[in-house]
Design a protein. Structure first.
Length: 328
């Protein structure tokens, strides 16, 4: 009993040390998932339909993803950086397995994974300036040079571009999420650095869900039929407006944004999420696959789930740096 009491006491002190706004936000997400789970359990009884099984799988997977990310945010910057390094690794592996298939590219594949380790090493070391230029400049120059030095010339330009696009998207852009955790509390953050990350994830995923729901309810006119046939103007605009409203009203609870800075984030972030989604759709159509993998039941691959985040994360990071943070 003493052990249980000590454990409960430690857990209570741990949660008491967390920003109240962050705990409230996480509790809100758990409640929403609980409601969604109840709806998914009732729907098949009201109207049997095989499509509800995919909905059930999606919600079960959401529970796992929320538990992983919430635990990382509560544990701090080290845990969050490790989790996003793993997410970047899975996303890069999915991308390279689909886009790069030649034996002669294997040295460059190994170099790409080493670049991932180096990039997240800069985050762990809190070396922002090194991180900022490492992949966009030095990997951009060094990886093609490596390919040339080993005598690879067939499809050289296309391969070099493919590797760089994959590293920027899967590693560099997603790494900005982890770097948000290095913002010091002296920046007067209302929910701590974890609140910045929580709000980015909330707004990005809410935008995806809102566009899907609006499209299902009111979608008529296709917006990009040759790229993503299920997306409609109604879904895009409905998701944009509702996500912008969420950012405007909830943003000050989790971020130091206000005024025109908050308005700009509210205006551009939903559009960036949509751009990330359709860009990955175009790549999958070019490669000839529906999903990047089957790693997440009901969702597809890690890159399928993180496609919007690859665009929203760097935009959100730099708008925060421009309007509200002194650290960057």
């Amino acid at each position: 009993m003493d052990f249980v009491g000590d454990l409960t006491g430690h857990a209570g002190r741990f949660l008491a040390a967390q920003p109240p706004a962050l705990l409230a936000g996480l509790a809100g997400v758990v409640i929403l998932l609980g409601v969604a789970s109840a709806i998914a359990a009732v729907l098949p009884r009201l109207k049997p339909d095989k499509s509800y099984e995919e909905l059930r799988l999606r919600i079960v997977s959401w529970w796992g993803m929320v538990a992983l990310l919430a635990g990382a945010l509560l544990l701090g910057w080290q845990a969050t950086t490790a989790v996003f390094a793993f997410i970047s690794f899975l996303a890069l592996r999915e991308f390279l397995s689909l886009a790069v298939r030649r034996r002669e590219d294997r040295p460059a594949i190994l170099a790409a994974y080493l670049c991932l380790l180096a990039a997240y090493g800069f985050i762990f070391a809190d070396r922002y300036m090194f991180y900022l230029v490492f992949i966009p400049v030095w990997v951009f120059l060094g990886l093609p040079a490596l390919m040339a030095l080993i005598g690879q010339t067939k499809g050289y330009l296309a391969s070099a571009a493919t590797f760089h696009w994959g590293l920027v998207t899967c590693v560099y852009n997603l790494g900005f999420v982890a770097f948000l955790m290095r913002v010091p509390q002296t920046e007067n953050l209302p929910a701590g650095a974890a609140g910045l990350v929580f709000f980015l994830l909330l707004a990005t995923e809410f935008n995806d869900v809102a566009q899907y729901v609006w499209g299902k309810l009111f979608g008529r006119r296709k917006i990009l039929p040759s790229v993503s046939p299920n997306k409609t103007w109604e879904g895009f605009l409905g998701g944009w407006i509702t996500t912008a409203a969420l950012i405007w009203f909830v943003g000050p609870v989790f971020t130091p944004l206000s005024g025109h800075g908050l308005a700009i984030v509210a205006f551009v972030l939903p559009a960036a999420g949509f751009a990330g989604d359709v860009t990955m759709s175009a790549i999958k159509r070019d490669i000839g696959v529906k999903d990047t993998s089957h790693a997440i039941p009901g969702h597809g691959g890690v890159l399928d789930r993180a496609d919007s985040l690859t665009f929203t994360a760097p935009l959100y990071f730099h708008l925060l740096a421009l309007f509200a943070l002194d650290r960057f």
